[in-house]
Design a protein around this ligand. Sequence first.
Ligand SMILES: [Zn+2]
Length: 744
Amino acid sequence: MNCKKIVVLLSLAFSGMLLPGAEKIVVRTFPDGYKDCRIGSVFSDAPSALILHSWAKDKPFSSQDVQIRMTLPENFKITRFSICRSPREGHQVYPEKSGNGENTWLMDAGSVSCNVVYQRSAHPWRPEVPWTNSSVIIFIRPEGPVPERFEAKWEIAGENLEKTSGVMKLCTLKAPKLTKRPKEKEVWSLAGGYQSAFGKTNYIDMLKTMRDAGVTTILQAGGYWLPDNLYPIKELPKLGLRPMAFNNLDYAQRIDPDALRKAGFNVTDEDLKLDASGERVRSRKDKKVKQIYCFTAMAEKDSPVRAHMRSFYKKYTDLGFQSFWTDYEPSGYNGCFCGKCRRAFAKFARAEESECLKMSPGELVYKYPYEWYAYRCHMIGRLLTLLSKEIGVPVGWNSNLGHQDYFLPCYDSYGLAYFAEDPRIFDPYVAYHSADTLGTALESVYALEAFLQKKPGGEFAVKKPVIVRATSLHWVSWFFTCIYGRYELALEKGFEGLGTDYRRKLHRLEIAQDFAIGAAGIEVGADPFTADAEALTGITEGIQFAADFEDYIRREYRQDRQCVKLFDCTDAESPYENITKRGYLSNWFRLAARKYGNLQVVVHQNKEWLLASIFNWDYYQDKKLRLELPPLPAGEYYINISLDNEKYTLKTPVTPKTLAEGLSVNLPGGSFLAILLSPKALFPVRDMSLPHFAGGKLVTPYVPGTKHEGMKPFYEYVYNAQIRPMMSLYPKAGFKLIDVNTRK
Ligand SMILES: [Zn+2]
């Protein structure tokens, strides 16, 4: 027995004792910890990650000789473990045979610094818990048949550390694989938040799992660096994955002018933002602003700031990144008011230049509230175009479109962008848009609708492809910083939990409906620290729908919702309301369901075929439905069906005359059903018929963009909302609110 082992055994012997003054830790586990049923999921045929998120309970401390023990079914092997991003390469992971088809693994972590204390932020409904450096990340790999369900007992102990233990309940699922990949649709994902924890084999295997599940593009974003040493970024395309850099505009803006000068970029005062109080901003730390350079100056031919940006981006393109996009959220009004900006604005708005140069910032934007906002959008858009050309890769932009009910004359369409990043203005400047839909579930689907809307003349408001944040993780980041804080709040508020154990169905429905309404792609969290086996399966199910119907769900084939009539012929009352109001997040989703309706239909049609895709967002009730379709040209039509991707064609074709009676279908809770009427039988033929339902309650589709209130919503939700805090930030700059009732 070597010395190390003796130390391990001795400390194990002591670990059970409550030592005087022993420090305590708080542990929250993933992937079981966010489920009300407390059953997480792992892959039965691919590596998975189990996480013991750990914080100091009372005060920061360090512990020596920390050991983690975990008991797993014998065919699961622990291949590696890491304390946060710091892998314990030199330490031992070995099983102690314990019989009964189980192995207990001992992970010797050595010295661990537990320097983050568990606490919940004070946010009233979105509390977070802090990032911790002491989480235990454990990679497990199946090496033979594994049980459908098992328990993983765990224990953390160490010198002056009170032993903490628990049990994770887990079930196993096969890693999801698309049976057909979409030709054009994109699926973006980060590659997880603990990059260096993986080790090369786990990293590549994780990338393969994500790729097979449908991911096309791996995002590099702040704090989530792709580990070039584990798998060279340039090699990613060999795995069928595209690397994309995220937030470059923001990062490049973080570098102070002094640092730029030192690096050889001759930045002058003229390049710096002149804020509303008339001061040049010299650092991001200054007044905590994110814009330190003048965008107008940055778009000039020989801007040293842009020259620096080119070199900054080159770092990424040299590595093999093929595109970048930015989530910047520029303020419409809290920007630069320098002479260059004012002169460029006067030209843009055809306003009197001398007047624009003379007015206080407040007077200027009060006189030209929308024009100034539009100018800001155009300016940043121009800058993006220049950068894209100069670095030779496409650029995209992440925008929010909120208040999608308002129909605004300035846009000739509906929806409001709070920040100076209106996708309708950005459209000519970017290669693609990212729809920053933050509501999750139906709320997000309808936010995407605003991007995909047609203007009154029938033209699309945004012509470039739109990638959408699907199950955006805003309300419920499945990543621990959000979920555990919200879970506790939920229980304190008397809810039974988060109410989202149907997460697989949530992903499936949201992603499939996003694609159905016209998304060119989605952004999801498909990495093992965000999506467990069940969640990734739901993600794949949504993508599979897009792959199967890609040729039919093109934007231009989409019809108005009102072109079909859907009747709900279900007899019983749905338990949806009663169940969803008991969960903290499901309760929120319920509000969206009330507004938009749990039954959704999206119709695509061209000369020869009609595709009706129905989504049942009522997870708790199977629906009996009858669909009345628009008239179809004479001929025979096969009924091709995909029920949650199970595809078949009914043996007997139908005629428009039979279809005129309506099509009756059963649709299980949380499922989608695509019905493609086509002259061809597209799937394996089944000799079966559809049910017949009569009557039923007409489902009224929600139609966004109906409130005509002129510019009032813009003044209220964009202008006044941003000017209000600026009035106290810059009391002498002349800012004042617009009276929305009198201003035209
Ligand atoms: Zn300026």
